[in-house]
Design a protein around this ligand. Sequence first.
Ligand SMILES: Cc1cc2nc3c(=O)[nH]c(=O)nc-3n(C[C@H](O)[C@H](O)[C@H](O)COP(=O)(O)OP(=O)(O)OC[C@H]3O[C@@H](n4cnc5c(N)ncnc54)[C@H](O)[C@@H]3O)c2cc1C
Ligand code: SF4
Length: 447
Amino acid sequence: MAERPPGERVRDFSEVDTGLSSGEAIAEAERCLQCRKPSCVKGCPVEIDIPAFVALIAAGDFAGAARVVKESNLLPAVCGRVCPQEVQCEGQCVLGVRESPVRIGELERFAADYERAHGILLPTRAEPTGKRVAVVGSGPAGLTAAAELARLGHTVILFESLHEPGGVLAYGIPGFRLPKEVVRAEIDQLRGMGVSILTNHLVGTSVPVSELLSFDAVFLGTGAGLPHFMGIPGENLSGVYSANEFLTRVNLMHADCFPEFDTPVRRAGRVVVVGGGNVAMDAARVARRLGARTTLVYRRRRKDLPARRVEVARAEEEGVDFVFCANPVRILGDQCVTGVECESMEVSGIGGSKRPEPVPVEGSRFVIEADMCIQAIGQGPNPLLVRMLPGIERGERGNVIADAEGRTSLENVFAAGDVATGAATVILAMGGAKRAARAMDRMLRGC
Ligand SMILES: Cc1cc2nc3c(=O)[nH]c(=O)nc-3n(C[C@H](O)[C@H](O)[C@H](O)COP(=O)(O)OP(=O)(O)OC[C@H]3O[C@@H](n4cnc5c(N)ncnc54)[C@H](O)[C@@H]3O)c2cc1C
Ligand code: SF4
């Protein structure tokens, strides 16, 4: 898929990828072998009928392809853009053994974009059941559960604490990877299906728990938005941000356009981002777009980076510097950040986390000058509501304990997505939510 050149795209927040043309999509779809037992479908947590929609693209029936995708996935334009396809559907494609796999994600995006441009078709709804379901959180998990439950005929009220629905899709992933109009268009389908989306409703405070538990069933999709910090000296200095806060300020509150919008963000000349996942790459690329010289510090080696390869490559193309095998030990400054003191790490063996273990190298400290430090070292489940639910079983990391179909220790309360699994991916959250919604439906119908 074509992409905008780094020198141009680093100056704005418009999308990097430009999408496939009809001819490119047909040519790519024609590569599909139409396997009788398609392993790609097994690699997709929402089980899209991949061979069927790819065949329709090859035949030039783009609306038909979009219809097939939508039978299993309400958010195809989102998934086509941010799914880690290389380890999901495309990772299972048999063509990948000898050549490159069929670019399923790009084709899914193509079909979804075609549908958006030519009129969106809504899934048909079953007869109303008269049951009322509350969904808390409007990230991929909550949106998927709400869509599935509405489709099955239940009345769904979706509560979201922020002023805009979408969860991480709205506040975390920047517009140059996932344009906000794409997210809004996919969410609008839910409204079209009769789901009431109540924003600015923080369940546990503005909506009491007693009201929540008065619904026939409850789905918790409250995500993992509680940032972890390193716990090193200097973290209280002005200019230290969690990646979540930094990205929310820019993506959701438009701090890049301050004072036109009310929320500011520090305009730093030099930024250090700590971490090696997708969140770290997003923070670093946003910092570059705000004009900062940006260094990403990661404690393991390049090959250990958990971020998608494509995002690492793009961050580098856009001028992000990488320092590998280094770990911050102190943030320097008086009131404001002036630098980040790091020490070098040696990486060897497999540690308790089942990943290569970084060990500090004695006498190896060095300083990277910076006036901002963004920590992107992970997030835990949002604790507010979960702590207020009487008797709900939680894991060591604060996650809700739920089985494969989302059942929690509380009757009628289901959970899926990051609040249950810990920080994971969009499609895993959606797959879990879909299974939970079906189990909720069975429970509500008493079968
Ligand atoms: C910056 C960033 C980049 C990422 N990039 C990728 C990527 O490229 N590909 C990928 O697959 N995954 C990516 N992820 C991970 C992915 O976004 C998450 O796994 C996914 O969003 C989890 O979905 P969720 O619905 O469980 O939670 P979330 O998306 O976190 O949504 C939870 C929602 O619940 C709301 N909420 C919480 N508590 C309450 C309450 N008490 N009352 C009302 N509302 C509440 C929150 O405001 C939020 O909107 C990224 C994550 C981040 C942070
Ligand atoms: S939703 Fe994700 S895993 Fe499923 S087919 Fe699309 S890109 Fe692949």
